[in-house]
Design a protein around this ligand. Structure first.
Ligand SMILES: Nc1ncnc2c1ncn2[C@@H]1O[C@H](COP(=O)(O)OP(=O)(O)O)[C@@H](O)[C@H]1O
Ligand SMILES: CC(=O)N[C@@H](CCC(=O)OP(=O)(O)O)C(=O)O
Length: 298
């Protein structure tokens, strides 16, 4: 196949323009949270896989942490079970935990691995159980309300938070040029599986790996204000008010909390970006301020 000269010139220009960014990020780790809501369309999945492969080829180390909330919900509903969420976290009884493990560790994880491999990368899928990657403890949710004398503790079943991450297996894979793809399932000291919100895993993974960037792909343009306008750079001081006013709610709550924690723990920047836009990852890498909402580190 030959490319017409004009087209070849455009490609050459684009590559030259990308050079400073490639130089800046070479050898750096980027943790990408690929949300269940951003992985609904085949063309987008292909675009995502290509972006990740390109990143790897230019010397960046992408580590993928994926969600799969809608995919879990759809299997649960086929089994006649409704999904219930408290503060953005799925209420997870034993039966639901089995479904979570099958969908995240099986279907979704292997689909992403397959997409990346078909586009020229070498991806390896893991859950937090592999290589003892993610140790979890039970997550207890606090609910405070004016009518309560003291905050109420809500038990939502087999839902975990990250206790620790042992990155040995991730280092081993990235050194050998593999792209790790991690499903957010942790294992407790008791050997039980825990369902962990994927944003929380991605945030902690970015911290432990001292990542340059944490990219959180989702199904909105980024964080939106009360008028539905994109907040292109988040002033962390505004977050509590935005939560109290109900502007940040549902699935956006864990996303914002983990992004802030990550940048406060050494990750250079976190970006909430629109996974519905083709090549969202590339767009974010090759622009100075990125797309979506930027949360800058210190
Ligand atoms: N202020 C906000 N800005 C944008 N999205 C918000 C906001 N508050 C709540 N949301 C909700 O959070 C959702 C994203 O979280 P979630 O559904 O968990 O996505 P993902 O599967 O990508 O992690 C959005 O689709 C939106 O419904
Ligand atoms: C505890 C909890 O809520 N776990 C999530 C794990 C998947 C996830 O986080 O998926 P998204 O990123 O697509 O929302 C769940 O069961 O839906």
């Amino acid at each position: 196949m030959t490319i017409p000269t004009e087209r070849a010139q455009t490609i050459a220009h684009v590559l030259i323009e990308a050079l400073p960014y490639i130089k800046r990020f070479q050898g750096k780790t980027m943790v990408i949270k690929y949300g269940g809501n951003a992985m609904v369309d085949e063309a987008l999945k292909e675009g995502f896989a290509r972006d990740v492969v390109l990143m790897k080829l230019v010397g960046i180390n992408p580590v993928i942490v994926h969600g799969g909330g809608p995919q879990i919900g759809s299997l649960l509903s086929r089994l006649g079970k409704a999904s219930e969420f408290v503060q953005g976290m799925r209420v997870t009884d034993s039966e639901t935990m089995d479904v979570v493990e099958m969908v995240l560790g099986g279907l979704v994880n292997k689909e992403i691995v397959n997409f990346i491999n078909r586009h020229g990368g070498s991806a390896v899928g893991l859950t937090g159980k592999d290589g003892d990657l993610i140790r979890a403890r039970k997550l207890l949710i606090k609910r405070d309300a004016p009518e309560l004398h003291a905050p109420e503790i809500i038990d939502i079943g087999h839902v975990g938070e990250v206790e620790s991450i042992d990155p040995a297996i991730i280092h081993m894979l990235t050194k050998s040029n593999f792209i790790p793809v991690v499903a957010p399932i942790g294992v407790g000291a008791d050997g039980h599986s825990y369902n962990i919100n994927a944003d929380l895993v991605a945030g902690k993974m970015a911290e432990v790996l001292r990542a340059e960037k944490l990219l959180l792909l989702t199904n909105t343009a980024g964080l939106l204000d009360a008028e539905g306008q994109l907040i292109s750079e988040l002033d962390v001081g505004r977050v509590q008010t935005l939560i109290e006013e109900g502007v940040i709610h549902g699935g956006m709550l864990p996303k914002i909390r983990c992004a802030i924690e990550a940048v406060q723990s050494g990750v250079k920047s976190a970006h909430i970006i629109d996974g519905r836009v083709e090549h969202a990852v590339m767009l974010d890498l090759f622009t100075d301020t990125g797309v979506g909402t930027l949360i800058r580190g210190r």
